[in-house]
Design a protein around this ligand. Structure first.
Ligand code: 7TS
Length: 404
């Protein structure tokens, strides 16, 4: 049974104070908090079996290798990948996207087209612009509407036999919109294009099934789903991962090296040059275990309740506008108060112990669409409460009074 008070006890940071007030942590879309179970996995690694992996005959190295590869299998099971070697450990979503973008450098020509969406984080825009610069391919953009949804009929119009790649986030970080990725993947495949889905904001809330989606690449960051920073994953279909060249050269990614020619290791090692974030991979596995033990259905249902409650309460404040009003959204609320800069609201909220993000959220095209400099963004996780939302509403009212 989902019990938020019991869950909160797993997160030591939630009992601290900020500026003399109990912490209200509503910046979960930037990074989530870490439960004791994940902290314990990190401490256990450094206390008991810290060693380099895949190379030592000694016991510690073997233990570390086993745990690291077990974590890969946990991630494989979580995303329902067909093979463990289709899971590449990365330093995060940004790394995974750049790995794929780099790989396509030698596969695209100037006649090819790439489609992204108007709702992307800069991480899912800039690497593709760089790829276009390298190859001469052109970038097309699926537009958005006032509710912060993609205009899917325009996507249909953009697709053609020139389209080679489509990149869309599963859920927008700035607005919380859930994009119709099932449809996007299906239509893209009809013209032979590969699809990468940026799952940085979906994986904290839902459990994607990469085989059911039939997606070519799916990327995520551990730190947004109760895991550590500096760790993430790239899922790629085996055929694509075999086709793409390595991203970085170095130790661990080779089969044989001579000065004449080097041959590369099999998957997944071909894409994992150098000593990886061993502890990070293991802790990522612990985070996935933790979230699955609570259950993603329970998480989604509870967070939806928080979203509905917060939306209703915030809209009672006169002069408050919410950006991102799709019916299909997760627990992210981006808002502004009339005539007040979001940074000023965020600063007053911080004085009250309430952590929100302010600014453009690395999604400047969305802010340009609404002609605003940025928003205040409150993003909720399964360990937040309605009482914390009440504190936010009181805080926003106070900010309005002080700044008007
Ligand atoms: N894609 C999306 C949709 C994101 O929300 C983020 C991070 C990234 C990519 C990059 O992830 P990273 O782990 O490689 O940095 N989003 C945010 C945010 O909304 N506030 O801080 C980071």
């Amino acid at each position: 049974m989902f019990n938020v008070e019991t869950i909160r006890k797993d997160f030591p940071i939630l009992s601290r104070k900020v500026n003399g007030k109990p912490l209200v942590y509503f910046d979960n879309a930037a990074t989530s908090q870490t439960p004791q179970q994940v902290i314990d996995a990190i401490v256990d690694y450094y206390s008991n079996y810290n060693a380099n992996i895949h190379r030592g005959v000694h016991t510690l190295s073997q233990e570390a290798t086993d745990k690291y590869e077990q974590a890969r299998q946990k991630i494989q099971a979580h995303f329902n990948a067909k093979h463990a070697h289709e899971i590449i450990f990365t330093s995060g979503t940004t790394h995974g996207i750049n790995l794929v973008a780099n790989g396509f450098s030698s596969l695209l020509t100037k006649d090819d087209e790439i489609i992204v969406s108007a709702l992307e984080h800069h991480s899912n825009i800039v690497p593709w612009q760089m790829l276009c610069e390298r190859t001469g391919a052109s970038l097309k953009v699926i537009p958005m509407n006032q509710d912060g949804e993609l205009v899917i009929s325009e996507f249909d119009n953009l697709l053609s036999n020139k389209t080679k790649l489509v990149f869309v986030n599963h859920i927008s970080n700035a607005l919380g919109t859930i994009n119709p990725i099932e449809y996007i993947i299906k239509q893209a495949h009809l013209v032979g294009a590969a699809v990468l889905i940026d799952g940085a904001q979906s994986t904290p809330h839902i459990k994607p099934d990469v085989q059911a989606l039939d997606v070519d690449f799916y990327v995520a960051s551990a730190h947004k789903m109760c895991g550590p920073t500096g760790q993430g994953m790239l899922y790629g279909k085996e055929a694509w991962l075999k086709k793409l060249p390595p991203y970085q050269g170095g130790g661990e990614m080779i089969a044989e090296v001579t000065f004449e020619k080097t041959t590369y290791a099999d998957l997944p090692h071909k894409f994992e040059a150098g000593t990886p974030n061993i502890c990070g991979g293991i802790a990522f596995g612990a985070a996935v275990d933790y979230m699955n033990a609570i259950g993603f259905d329970a998480i989604a249902a509870y967070e939806h309740e928080l979203l509905e409650y917060a939306t209703k309460q915030l809209l009672t404040i006169e002069g408050l506008t919410i950006y991102g009003t799709s019916k299909h959204k997760t627990s992210v609320i981006s808002f502004n108060l009339d005539g007040i800069h979001p940074y000023d609201v965020g600063t007053i909220l911080d004085k009250l112990g309430i952590a929100v993000r302010t600014g453009h959220h690395c999604a400047q095209p969305i802010m340009n669409f609404y002609s605003i400099p940025g928003t205040v963004r409150a993003s909720f996780a399964f360990y937040n409460t309605k009482a914390e939302i009440d504190a936010l509403v009181t805080g926003v009212k106070k900010a309005k009074m002080m700044l008007s």
